[in-house]
Design a protein around this ligand. Structure first.
Ligand code: SAM
Length: 292
């Protein structure tokens, strides 16, 4: 095995040198805020518990800062970057690592389950990223719902999103994302990260969160897809009662009577709101609405 280079990125000086060398201009539309703090990078790598056995997917490597750290810890890294202008930079900064592959693609279009089959014999992969904030939810939901074999997802997200991922009924942050995270994973807040750890500085606070995927979901439900359709419908219409939220949703075609009967059979009050229901309540409601 080739002796791997120690990471040299992760501080403002080296980052600026690379940006200047390639005359790189940040693209706001891609959510580009590069990490320039090696302590934060060390924390992310430690929290992801990467071993020399692991196949890691990094979403949005930027100029390759975190990729260098990942390459030192993992067996193999695959980094998916949408911005074509970063590819020559990555070839340069990752030249000293023989275990990294860069794919120039939109992460939402990559078949990660196929990648896990091809590169990791279908065994669970680890996902690590400083995520582009504009697509945090579709990325996380895609990993969950497409049943990509993943053991953990360790990601930098907007602080507010980290809150939403960890909360329950009664909080204004509680919603469809909180319930999806509960159903699929165990969340752990690794660190809060201030804007000065990035270049350019984001306008919002950030946090690193680790989601360790459950082997078995904490509740049993007959039709997972239906449960999540109900969850989304209830939170899309937050101010409405559960009955009116579900009745008014274009994705669902239950009659008023069917919904009333299901609410009643679960023992919920007729005017209950979705935001007061727990994951197990949605599972029961979903089973009650199942048509044979
Ligand atoms: N990992 C780098 C770091 O920590 O310095 C960069 C993180 S930056 C917050 C997000 C990265 O994701 C950028 O490099 C951006 O170009 C890339 N990106 C944005 N949208 C993407 C998408 N749909 N698919 C893949 N990469 C994307």
């Amino acid at each position: 095995m080739q002796e791997r280079q120690k990471p040299f990125l992760g501080n403002p000086r080296e980052t600026i040198a690379v940006l200047n060398k390639y005359q790189f201009t940040f693209q706001k539309k891609f959510g580009q805020n590069f990490l320039i703090d090696c302590h934060v990078l060390d924390k992310i790598i430690a929290a992801a518990e990467i071993t020399s056995e692991d196949f890691v997917v990094e979403i949005g490597p930027g100029i390759g800062t975190m990729t260098q750290y990942l390459a030192c810890a993992a067996r193999e890294v695959c980094a998916v970057e949408i911005d074509r202008s970063l590819i020559p930079i990555l070839q340069d900064t990752l030249g000293g690592y023989d275990n990294v592959t860069v794919i120039n693609e939109d992460i939402l279009k990559v078949d990660l389950a196929a990648l896990a089959r091809e590169k990791n014999q279908g065994r669970p992969i680890k996902v690590v990223a400083n995520l582009p904030y504009y697509i945090t939810t579709p990325i996380i939901m895609g990993l969950f719902e497409k049943h990509v074999p993943v053991s953990s997802i360790t990601v930098m997200v907007q602080k507010e999103v980290a809150m939403r991922m960890q909360t329950g009924p009664g909080s204004k942050d509680y919603g469809a994302l909180s319930l999806a995270v509960q159903y699929y994973a165990q969340p752990y807040l690794v660190a809060n990260v201030p804007p000065n750890c990035f270049m350019p500085r984001p306008k919002v606070g950030s946090a690193v969160i680790r989601l360790t995927l459950h082997r078995e979901p904490p509740v049993q439900v007959k039709d997972e897809e239906l449960m999540f359709r109900l969850i989304r419908a209830s939170f899309n219409q937050r101010r409405k009662t559960l009955l009116n939220g579900l009745r008014g949703d274009a994705q669902l075609d239950f009659t008023k009577e069917e919904i009333e009967a299901a609410i009643d059979s679960c023992g919920f009050a007729p005017a209950v709101r979705g935001e007061s229901l727990r994951l197990e309540d949605f599972a029961r409601l979903s089973d009650a609405l199942m048509r044979e």
